[in-house]
Design a protein around this ligand. Structure first.
Ligand code: SAM
Length: 217
């Protein structure tokens, strides 16, 4: 691992993810988590202050030991039980199948090399009535912006810890077997290729598909 990835990028991520707009969105979505929570891409732990008393325990998964070090300090200031899982979301977490009530993922799916593999792991650990709360940036609906996202992504990935600007977040989530029950999309402030945002809640879709199939005469 190079000097940039180990020493500069984690501090840059902690700073860049800490602003009024991200805080507003965290405050809108993260308190909806309950029970046993798996946070994918815990990063520097910026969501930790937004969990409500409905949360029993947070499993904070992230492959960056440097970011987890910052998160560990932040966890000391919140009344939460936090267990840190230093690993990639693509690899099976040490959690039983269908054991987690909520998965929270904020500004992370863009950076996971194999997003579909990670989503398969998320669906594995989520209880049948569990929920995936996501807050992600991704592909814009405007052709001009999307073209810039395609152009910029190869270079952006190199400086941004593998971050893709052009992923169609809702399609990725649904392709993994989720049903998105609530979805809001918008540009945040800042350059449009970097700020098109998908916010929402998804549940395992298999039961719904089965129910729909049964309902057809
Ligand atoms: C832009 S940061 C967002 C951090 C945090 N979720 C937040 O909202 O502030 C992207 C995060 O994705 C994490 N990440 C990158 N690859 C990952 C992977 N394969 N599995 C899980 N997390 C990953 C990074 O270490 C980093 O913490």
């Amino acid at each position: 691992m190079g000097f940039y990835t180990k020493h500069i990028l984690p501090r840059f991520i902690d700073l860049a993810m800490r602003n009024r707009e991200t805080a507003r969105l965290r405050a809108a979505w993260v308190p909806q988590a309950y029970g046993d929570v798996l946070e994918i891409g815990l990063g520097s732990g910026l969501n930790l202050p937004f969990y409500s008393s409905q949360v029993r325990r947070v499993y904070g998964l992230d492959p960056s030991t440097e970011l987890l070090q910052i998160a560990r300090k932040r966890a000391l200031d919140v009344p939460l039980e936090v267990e840190f899982l230093p690993q990639s979301a693509e690899d099976p977490a040490p959690l039983a199948d269908r054991s987690v009530d909520t998965v929270v993922m904020t500004w992370t799916l863009c950076s996971i090399a194999d997003a579909s593999k990670a989503l398969q792991q998320i669906i594995r650990v989520l209880k049948p009535d569990g929920r995936l709360i996501f807050l992600e940036h991704g592909r814009a609906p405007d052709a001009g912006v999307a073209a810039w996202q395609d152009r910029l992504t190869p270079a952006w990935k190199r400086i941004g810890g593998g971050c893709h600007l052009n992923r169609k977040i809702d399609e990725l989530i649904e392709a993994a077997g989720f049903r998105i029950g609530e979805l809001r999309t918008c540009y945040l402030s800042g350059p449009r290729p970097m700020t098109y945002t998908y916010q929402g809640v998804a549940q395992r879709g298999v039961a719904l598909v089965a129910a729909r199939t049964r309902a057809v005469p």
